[in-house]
Design a protein around this ligand. Sequence first.
Ligand SMILES: [Fe+2]
Length: 482
Amino acid sequence: MKSDQKKVLVVDDEVSICEILAQFLNKKGYEVFTAASGEEALDILSASPVDLVVTDIKMPGISGVDLLKYIKENQQSVPVLITTGFPTLDTAIEALKLGAYDYLTKPFHLEEIGEKVKRAMINKQLEEENLLFSKLVSLHEVTKILASTLEISELNTKFLDYSIRMAKADCGALLFSDASNKLVISEAAGQYHEKSYWMGQPFVAASKWVARQQEPLVLESGMESLPVGLIPIPSDLQSFISFPLKTPSRNIGVLNLARVAGRDPFSNLDLEIINVLASQASISIENVRLYQNIRDNYLKTIRAFALAVEAKDEYTHGHSENVMKYTVVLAKTLGLAEAELELVKYAGLLHDIGKIGISESILNKAGRLTPEEFEEIKKHPELGVRIISDVPFLKALVPLVLHHHEYYCGGGYPTGIAGEQIPFGARILSVSDAYEAMTSDRPYRKSLPQEVAFSILEKEKGRQFDPRIVDSFLEIMRPNGK
Ligand SMILES: [Fe+2]
């Protein structure tokens, strides 16, 4: 038997018809199974999938229509050809409505049967190719989405959801290797979304096996021989698949998916699609981890810069961290996109970096500043820009550092620009910076009470500060809003 030989199941309670059809289709190159009843046909179908069913419509017990219904519910892609005598023509038409591919009236010519079987097979193949094509298109879309997701937890959630959807699974879990190479469940979703479910012995054993062997695993309900070390899947599941998640340099974890009892097993196409998705997603996950690592280091560097400023200016200890915190809360409330939020966050830490170039005697002066000294202080945004503009990963912060002392109505420093001309992030920084400065001790005065700071912000709405930003800030900071 050739492995690509198409399989046909012929069902008829008249044994002679079964035999004639079997002989004829066999000669045409098909592998043929015969069943003398609907019951026998169901047994054959549940033991091994076929490519086409030719069934008599009228049989004692399970009829051809019952068989058709079963196939449409469980093995949708298998075409069904109905054979019928003239008296049951109405039933045949009914069968077409239920999804039968075509019907033949008895007595039929064998050549006619041969032609219809051939056409049904071609049609089925076209449908499968269409299905494969649409799956490949969605796979391409999904891998693009995953590759553009920069938050690791969001990426994990999307990856698992898409895997469940694309494999038509009922549930799944995502496991990653920790520092000591132990697999830890990161996500679980679908019908069994409790992590505890996936901690069951069969899944733990299967996940370990896949991580060790680095190859996909398929387990079906009632499987008799299992690879060494594996445990049968629980009876509430029909089918379980597990894939290794690996990058070219290392293994990062395992993806588990399952279909509940009563569903079909996963098809080879499902397995192939998820295999590709898993390997693409592994690379995206690794990239995001590397990216986050870089971001963490970036933040550490910026913190070190901010601390260097604070070391010079004894009164501003913790100022930058606080400005950053207020800025982040404000930016989130104002609906800034992730990338912009990141910028204002770092700018919150780094806005006063230019003070490194200002004399300590001015920064720490206890009394009021002379006009000349104030002119010196006013240089810090531009000095800051000179420091960061040559550092590739800090360049994007330049507009925020430069304009954090501009006034909404114009006339601030260093450029005097106004309103919308001032970058939105710089307007946010201006509010959080001013509030932080007012509510902490300065060389020339003690900290102001919160309520006084609030009323100054209120008074400066539309003058020094963007009114919308002040309103949001007060709403966040005041226990009862206004
Ligand atoms: Fe400043």
